[in-house]
Design a protein around this ligand. Structure first.
Ligand SMILES: Nc1ncnc2c1ncn2[C@@H]1O[C@H](COP(=O)(O)OP(=O)(O)OP(=O)(O)O)[C@@H](O)[C@H]1O
Ligand SMILES: [Mg+2]
Length: 464
């Protein structure tokens, strides 16, 4: 195929794509400008093609135009977000990639591909507005909700008390606190307690879950948006500004989008924020507490969390051990949850039977204190109004699905035999409870012989 035919073919292909494409020759004249680009920039391609770029786009120069930069200094620009006014005065946001085309080391052309993200920006802005509206009534409600402080934290386990002691000390200063522990161990409770015991207690405590939103939305929420920053954007303070003077809890930092992490780091280093699309630096004084429900070494190794950010956040580290490693806290917490939910269900439970205690102490609580609270709540709701003691039979065996999915960390610790025995024991307990401790019926449900079930009940020392 001849060069001319090749060119024609390329031009036809590039006309078909949705992205805007703009190509300059080595002298800075436009040699290709597709319809998508013309639509994006509200230009007539006849006014652009074969014309010197500088004459058509008069406002741009070697410093400000990515195409001219590619041409004159071989600069590659990847995924640069640009917001500008088109010829009709409409704000347009694009993501541009611009590259020089080299032959024998010499620039022979520059190519720019632009993706119109105006609609996406508008949508994300609408979501931010909706988020604000949803948040407002919640905040009003929040004022009535009792704020957690250290007096609400229950525990006697030595390791746990050490953590609380360290948390109390951290309340005296403003250093960043990194709270790490499994789900339901009380990380948020501790974070709030630190805030309300600190000199910042009369200033706002704000929390944001970092896992809940995609990057651009989370960025807008944290840093705020400036009018005109992108299409439809209004001036909206972000959580950093809202929490000024107080504390910002970044929940589940392990799920924070990677691209946003350097921006967060910059804010923490420089102590000012710039709203998305804004041009003013706003000084902020916010204490940062982060929570993380995965082992920090693991997420650093996997590259989920940038090391530089982690070091900044991890000035004081609090590791909250899981409940199964704090067996001495189980009954204490259980009692506290009973007191809390008695009133709610109009019940009068005063304590636990021996078999209930045994059951509570032997369970491993993958959901930690939150799971224990749910178990107590459901057991209380099972009691008659005049009952005073919670028995084993009031508790249903917690959902065993997590055993079926498998917990490889645990298998690594205990070995597969112990794991499977443990699983079998739980399944048998559930079958017995479901069948009111009738062994014949339970064995039928499990599709094993009655004698086999009896043998297993003995093997696992299951109390009937
Ligand atoms: N030591 C404790 N004393 C009193 N209540 C506790 C304690 N630990 C946890 N809780 C209660 O358990 C529930 C879960 O706690 P919290 O929300 O702080 O957990 P979390 O670690 O933030 O969990 P997740 O990682 O899932 O967000 C809350 O209702 C909290 O009040
Ligand atoms: Mg939490």
């Amino acid at each position: 195929m001849k060069a001319k035919e090749c060119m024609l073919l390329m031009q036809n292909i590039l006309q078909l794509v949705d992205e805007g494409v703009h190509v300059l020759d080595k002298d800075g004249n436009t040699i290709f400008y597709n319809d998508a680009m013309a639509a994006l920039e509200k230009m007539d391609s006849r006014d652009v093609i074969k014309k010197p770029f500088k004459d058509v786009f008069k406002g741009l120069n070697k410093e400000t135009s990515t195409l001219l930069k590619a041409l004159h200094s071989k600069t590659v620009t990847k995924n640069l977000k640009q917001t500008y006014l088109n010829k009709d005065g409409k704000e347009i946001s694009t993501i541009n990639t611009t590259v020089p085309v080299l032959m024998d080391g010499e620039v022979i052309a520059a190519v720019e591909v632009a993706k119109n993200i105006t609609k996406i920006e508008e949508m994300s802005n609408t979501i931010l507005k909706l988020h604000d509206e949803i948040e407002k009534p919640a905040e009003v409600k929040h004022k009535k909700v009792k704020k957690y402080n250290f007096d609400n934290i229950v525990g006697q386990n030595e390791k746990f008390l050490d953590v609380i002691e360290k948390a109390k000390k951290s309340a005296k200063n403003s250093a960043s606190v990194f709270i790490y522990g499994e789900t339901g161990t009380g990380k948020e409770l501790i974070a709030q307690s630190i805030h309300y015991a600190s000199p910042r207690k009369d200033k706002p405590f704000k929390a944001q879950n970092c896992a809940a939103l995609p990057e651009s939305l989370l960025e807008g929420l944290l840093f705020g948006t400036a009018r005109g920053g992108f299409t439809g954007a209004v001036d909206r303070p972000g959580l950093f500004e809202q929490a000024n003077g107080g504390t910002l809890l970044l929940d589940e930092i392990n799920s924070m989008p990677y691209e946003l992490q350097p921006k967060l780091l910059r804010v923490l280093q420089e102590n000012y924020i710039r709203r998305v699309g804004g041009s003013t630096d706003i000084p902020i004084d916010v204490r940062i507490i982060t929570t993380c429900n995965e082992n920090p070494e693991k997420i650093l190794r996997e590259g989920k969390l940038r090391k530089d950010l982690y070091y900044r956040l991890n000035v004081i580290q609090l590791y909250v051990p899981p409940l199964r490693e704090r067996v001495d806290d189980i009954l204490l917490l259980a009692k506290m949850f009973v007191d809390k939910h008695n009133a709610r269900f109009n019940k009068h439970i005063r304590g636990f039977s021996d078999d209930a205690c045994e059951f509570l102490l032997s369970y491993d609580y993958p959901g930690n204190a939150r799971e224990l609270e749910n178990m107590i709540m459901s057991a209380i709701s099972m009691c008659d109004d005049d009952e005073e003691i919670l028995c084993r039979s009031h508790f249903s065996v917690p959902d065993i699905s997590h055993y079926q999915i498998g917990d490889f960390d645990k298998i690594k610790d205990t070995g597969i035999d112990t794991y499977l025995n443990d699983l079998e024991k739980k399944i048998i307990e559930k079958a017995l409870i479901d069948n009111n401790y009738n062994i014949t019926r339970a064995s039928r449900a499990l599709k094993i012989k009655r004698q086999t079930l009896q043998h297993k009940i003995k093997k696992y020392d299951i109390k009937l």
